[in-house]
Design a binder for this molecule. Structure first.
Ligand code: NAD
Ligand code: ADE
Length: 414
């Protein structure tokens, strides 16, 4: 099958990136060895639609080592790293993606991944699944099932399941403890600030950071903002999360109240138009706007365009919107998720756990295909625990075991 990539000559640089993450992903290395022996995916085709950077690239090679014929397409046009994609093609993986693909090209790439006629899929955000249930509906009967990486994708899947639209089983990898506790919280917490800092080269200490959304990602972003010396304001729509943010020591207020105070605004809600006209009209001069939620809809770009007298690129990945009253607002990475569109995504050790869950869940799906219905399934507890135990093992950490007496004590209601 032909690949569609930017430049195959970039492969050596991409290979170095793959080699670097491989050295820092011990769980995937263990799983790779297991899969090389067992060949669980022998004769199967797997389409992977994830952020195409080095950690994802390494996951693709692990699934390939398990016997699969693998193709990759991007889950976001700005997170694709062309050198990594080129290296994957050199490794015998089919690839349909390039950095900064237009909406039309992105669409074509998804269709190419489906022309590959996959048996199994891995999706991030739900675009591959949604294409399969729309324009490529004839193909759903051939899909054994798949795994979904992120909160927004699972929200979409649950809505499909509820309306009876879902046509094959999907495993909600995001909802495993070993995913959201570490990836969403510590991964997003670190990589969002890495993306913002390397893009802006501005100080955070002493400034006011507004974090919209205090879910698993928002908690990480707020925690690391505090660590960098910022005053942190949290905005929420859920009263429980708002109380949690308050008890964690953050100020809680509405976006309208926060707008004039923030130096940095980070949306991470999975929702639409969280920062919009009424907030932008009160926002401080030189405020930096970044999004870490899955889609580029959390900061309203239509409202920014309507309010601004002009806009220009002032630095790589920074657009300045100039308002008629002289205020400037800086939007990072076009409002796409800043840690991937203006960074390398989460640290390798974090994605090691997430992608261990992906590889093991995909294998589980294939092995249990006859028992699975057209539903959204949790990652089996034994896989979640296995990943935590493997992580402890690679950290050379031991934990206590229940004594017989303790086991009895805990089981005895009296
Ligand atoms: P979550 O459900 O745990 O948290 C989202 C929070 O946003 C909730 O507490 C919700 O009440 C709040 N919220 C919703 N609408 C809001 C609004 N208008 N104003 C303020 N708060 C609002 O989800 P999560 O796991 O934290 O994921 C959030 C988003 O980030 C999703 O789109 C997810 O797919 C994405 N994500 C991104 C990365 C990354 O690398 N950038 C990693 C994981 C998840
Ligand atoms: N790298 C690859 N996929 C990623 C994801 N979903 N979040 C953060 N970094 C990633």
């Amino acid at each position: 099958m032909d690949s569609m990539i930017h430049d195959i000559n970039l492969a050596p640089e991409g290979q170095l990136k793959l080699d670097w993450v491989r050295a820092h992903m011990p769980l995937l290395n263990l799983i790779r060895r297991e899969m090389e022996e067992e060949q669980p995916f022998k004769g199967k085709k797997v389409a992977i639609c994830l952020h195409l950077e080095a950690k994802t690239g390494y996951l693709a090679t692990v699934i390939q080592a398990g016997g699969a014929d693998v193709c990759v397409a991007a889950s976001n046009p700005l997170s694709t790293q062309d050198d990594v994609v080129a290296a994957l093609v050199k490794n015998g993986i089919h690839a349909f993606a390039w950095h900064n693909a237009s909406d039309e090209e992105y669409h074509v790439h998804l269709h190419k991944a489906l022309d590959f006629q996959p048996d199994l899929i891995i999706d991030d955000g739900g675009d591959l699944v949604s294409t399969l249930h729309g324009e490529r509906g004839a193909q759903v009967k051939n899909i054994i099932g798949g795994c979904e990486e992120t909160t927004t994708g699972i929200l979409r899947l649950r809505s499909m399941e509820k309306s009876g639209a879902l046509q094959f089983p999907m495993i909600a990898v995001n909802d495993a403890y070993c995913k959201y506790l570490f990836d969403n919280r510590y991964g997003t917490g670190q990589s969002v600030w890495n993306g913002i800092n390397r893009t802006t080269n501005l100080v955070v200490a002493g400034k006011t950071v507004v974090v919209a959304g205090y879910g698993w990602c928002g908690k990480g972003v707020a925690m690391r903002a505090k660590g960098l010396g910022a005053r942190v304001i949290v905005t929420e729509i859920d009263p429980i999360k708002a109380v949690e943010a308050f008890m964690d020591g953050f100020q809680v207020m509405t976006m309208e109240e926060a707008a004039p105070h923030g130096d940095f605004f980070i949306t991470v809600t999975g929702n639409v138009n969280v920062i919009r006209k009424e907030h932008l009209s009160r926002i401080k001069d030189k405020a930096v706007l970044a999004n870490a939620g899955h889609f580029d809809v959390e900061v309203s770009k239509p409202d920014l365009n309507e309010l601004a007298a002009s806009k220009r690129v002032v630095r790589k990945n920074i657009e300045e919107y100039l308002f008629p009253d002289g205020r400037r607002v800086y939007l990072l990475a076009g409002g796409r998720l800043v840690n991937l569109a203006a960074g390398d995504g989460h640290p390798a050790e974090i994605m090691d756990m997430t992608f261990a869950l992906q590889a093991l869940s995909l294998k589980y799906l294939l092995e249990h295909r006859s028992q699975l219905e057209k539903r959204v399934y949790d990652v089996p507890q034994e896989i979640d625990r296995k990943v935590a135990l493997m992580k402890l093992h690679t950290l050379n950490k031991k934990i206590d075991e229940l004594t017989e007496e303790q086991e009895k004590y805990l089981a005895d209601w009296r």
